[in-house]
Ligand binder design. Sequence first.
Ligand code: ATP
Length: 296
Amino acid sequence: LVMPLGQAISAWTQLQTGLGALARIQEVLVLDPEHDDVAEVGGATTAPRRPAAGVPLLELDDVSFAYPDGTQVLRGVSLSVSAGSRVALVGPSGAGKSTVLALVEGFYPLTGGTIRWAGTDVRELPRAALRAQLGYVEQEAPVLAGTVRENLLLAAPDAGDDELWAVLADVGLTGVVQRSARGLDVPVGDEGVLLSGGERQRLAIARSLLSHPALLLLDEPTASLDACNENLLRETLAAAAADRALLVVAHRLSTVLDSDQIVVLDGGRVVARGTHAELVETSPLYRELAAAQLLV
Ligand code: ATP
């Protein structure tokens, strides 16, 4: 009885995960269908421009937001992510960090302020074209029940084995996959490599990197990562930042200490910004967060 029961629970868990992912995909699809068409100008697809390194790629200008149920979450948030730079959002639970990523992804309309991509108000850009520039890895990144290869090819159906192994190396998953004689065709889940929370997220990052986004939005998992997975996540972020911008919601300051800018949110407002060293000097809240994580 025990084995079939275990299998039934596992199948149920996978089904729930799949349904959750499907619900999110449907949420994206129904948001604003008439705005989802990629604009055609003279027969050519108009993708938003990618500015040169150092030029603002994403700008939030005085953004306010309340969820449809009336919960006011963000108040006058301004921040900028330059091409090639790495920005982290930190702050207490409920400060509004994940909501910032949801707004950049276009999941909800703003209640105030403007979000610009390469200088253009995103409301003037076709949503599909903007999304093609963004990689979004959420906290509970959905991983398919298929093989490692199938998970990766979702993002880049034409990628060859060399490209797949290279991206697995970037996210520190080469060892896990190589341990199986089936290599890239090892199933993910109960029958193959048992991916931990940290590994699942790194597989999702790998999938996202394969579509070469100009900006990777990453919501770090809140669940505790062991020291090994935490180090690997830090190395993954460094590799991911090599040729793109990063906006990372961080629950562990240790994964974002070397960011170009750390933005501290509290109660939906930006209360401080700077590098780690600057914030330790200037922000009591940041110092408190850092002290709680034994970083000062
Ligand atoms: P954490 O570190 O715990 O993940 P966070 O800083 O990412 O928190 P958010 O998830 O952005 O915070 O949530 C900010 C506030 O918005 C919280 O009070 C939360 O309860 C509320 N909130 C989040 N999602 C929704 C929603 N879909 N509808 C209504 N309120 C929401």
